[in-house]
Write a protein that binds this ligand. Structure first.
Ligand code: PGA
Length: 215
């Protein structure tokens, strides 16, 4: 079983999301054997959820979760708000660490709250120095230089990093960083890589579907 995660980041409006869905839903979604997780920006999660909720191999993820629980935190989106809609949440993405100064302490709070609401954290690390909570089941290796640059990490280096992490048995290990329809199969054919986190390429429904088909 492979996990294919679309990270839309801060892209698309409602019209563009509906176009993406119209095009994507023309494919044979019922024939998918792997797990596909779409992570749109917060306001676009529900329209995607409404369209895909009847397909058991598709689920929704959030790109972030507040480090505060339910309460008076204007502007925040907390676990409770996402309950019933998402199953996964990206935590520790290098863009959150870099642009929003998210520290290990904040990431641990977010992880605890994700688990409280029964979401699976998709825990991103930049290298082997980033701490990983004992409680996460998904670790995503994303070297910063490979994100959005068109330069993907070699399979050998991804496997080397995985080895260095010394993950507990059962922990899913994924790769992300300039994955596209031409290089995805390189990672997908390895039984040591459980899936891919796909940014730019997932914005195009045709390209994302190509990757899903290869898995
Ligand atoms: P990219 O982004 O596929 O556009 O490189 C991956 C990510 O940052 O999740």
């Amino acid at each position: 079983m492979k996990y294919l995660i679309a990270n839309w980041k801060a892209n698309k409006n409602l019209t563009e999301t509906n176009h993406w869905l119209d095009e994507f839903c023309q494919n044979k979604l019922t024939q998918i054997k792997n797990q596909v997780i779409i992570c749109p920006p917060f306001p676009l999660i529900v329209p995607v959820y409404e369209k895909l909720k009847y397909f058991p191999n598709f689920s929704l993820g959030a790109q972030d979760i507040s480090s505060f629980d339910i309460g008076s935190y204007t502007g925040e989106v907390c676990g409770k708000n996402l309950e019933e809609i998402i199953k996964y949440v990206i935590i520790g993405h290098s863009e959150r660490r870099k642009y929003f100064q998210e520290t290990e302490t904040v990431l641990m709070k977010k992880t605890a709250l994700a688990l409280k609401y029964h979401f699976q954290p998709l825990y991103c690390i930049r290298n082997e120095k980033d701490a990983i909570s004992e409680k996460v089941n998904f670790v995503v290796y994303e070297p910063t230089w490979a994100i959005g640059t068109g330069k993907n990490e070699s399979l050998d280096q991804v496997l080397l990093l995985r080895k260095r992490l010394n993950l507990k048995p059962g922990i899913k290990f994924l790769y992300g960083g300039s994955v596209n329809e031409d290089n995805a199969s390189l990672y997908l054919k390895s039984d040591k890589i459980d899936g891919l986190l796909i940014g730019g390429t997932s914005l195009n429904p045709k390209s994302f579907w190509e990757i899903i088909k290869q898995a």
